[in-house]
Design a protein around this ligand. Sequence first.
Ligand SMILES: C[S@@+](CC[C@H](N)C(=O)[O-])C[C@H]1O[C@@H](n2cnc3c(N)ncnc32)[C@H](O)[C@@H]1O
Length: 447
Amino acid sequence: MEQCVIEKWTEKGHGRAFQQGKAIDIKGAFVGETVQVDLKKGKRGGKKGILKSILNPSVERVLKKCSHTLICGGCNLHGLSYDSQVQMKQKNVEKLFSQPVQPILTAQEPFYYRNKMEFSFSQDKDKKKYLGLVEEESRGKVFEQKDCALCPEWMITTLKSVFDHWCGTSLDAYYLHTNTGSLRTLTCRVGVNTADRMVILGLSGNPMFALSFEELEGFKEAILNANKGCKNLSVFVVLTHVEKGVPTYTSEMHLFGKDHISEVLCGKTFYISPQSFFQPNPKQAELLYKTAFDLLQPKPSDSVLDLYCGVGSIGICLKERVHKVVGIELNRYAVCDAKRNISINNLENVEVTVGDVKDSLAQHKDTPFDIIILDPPRAGLDEQVIRTLQQMRVEKILYISCNPKSLSRDLVFLENCGYAVEILQPVDQFPQTLHLEMIALFKLKNN
Ligand SMILES: C[S@@+](CC[C@H](N)C(=O)[O-])C[C@H]1O[C@@H](n2cnc3c(N)ncnc32)[C@H](O)[C@@H]1O
């Protein structure tokens, strides 16, 4: 066992000590602490320390609400006071931009905020079964999940019920490398403001490993037993079809309850089906949208193009302040939900179409929009999208990003296209983790 003093944070929120100038990264250790560790080989010839004991705990260390923090990659900052988490995230995000960054808008509820969790079924070489999240840096090793500080308690109760049921069957977990086995994932979703729940059993679409009617009923009963008090529970199966030479695709079976959950955001109701994206922390999403709209200062005559629009949430929440919204979204399920959401909220002048922004944006090149909203996945914007944006020369761009790194790259591209960034506003949607949501408002410079 070695003794180390933690001198700095790593990018992943681990503690870093140095021995003869060489870095040792220690998960779960905080800056300023002296710790005892077992040394192991790390990545790229480096070393990592397995935390064994803390000799002088940091004053910023607080009680943990979860027993898996030393292996789980879900919330690396858990155990550090929320104030210190925010300070660390502020410093990290400021390093990425040459422009000033506003102070982070923090979360009122830093625990149990997630509305969606996806757990994985797995077996080791001795066929021992696991259902839970994946260990950090483990190439897919799943641990037996007993608690979680990010999701509501019912999701863990459901996981345990499904796990106990699975242990009484001879069914195997799906194994990607051989496309064998049946059980892939267990996903739980909730409408935080409606209490609607949805549980989705993810199965292999390989017909050789299909579940019988009785086997499906067994899992359904395990889910229902764990959710006896719930008024609106939906149960689905999503089958993932993996075939050589064919792009992977999914199909759904509806087993129980409504075919969607509802959520309420900014006073609007949203219909969410199993495979549609929805912001993972609705309380903070509301703060994100309201802050973004206040910064945007739209005019009642404005026409808005809402790119990567999901189930239409940004455009629908913004609609009362603008004349028209056009949305583009790749996921067909989300577009169906968006159309339903436009209708249930009685909105006119909002339309959503299916398409890859990369290809579909060009069709709108000559339409006179006043505002473009961008809310891409973590990878950020495709080069082709940036080229089309350059031709469109729309006055304002509101970029909402779940990845400050890709935003900092795209910011430079947009500046080269003639835009100036007016404000960079971080919002903490993901306490206990290093993730941060960003609002960036761009305006076209007058040449
Ligand atoms: C971060 S989510 C934002 C969703 C929505 N704006 C919201 O606030 O809920 C990104 C969305 O982009 C969609 N998407 C991913 N790649 C896309 C593409 N190439 N073209 C269009 N939509 C895409 C995803 O399906 C997802 O709904």
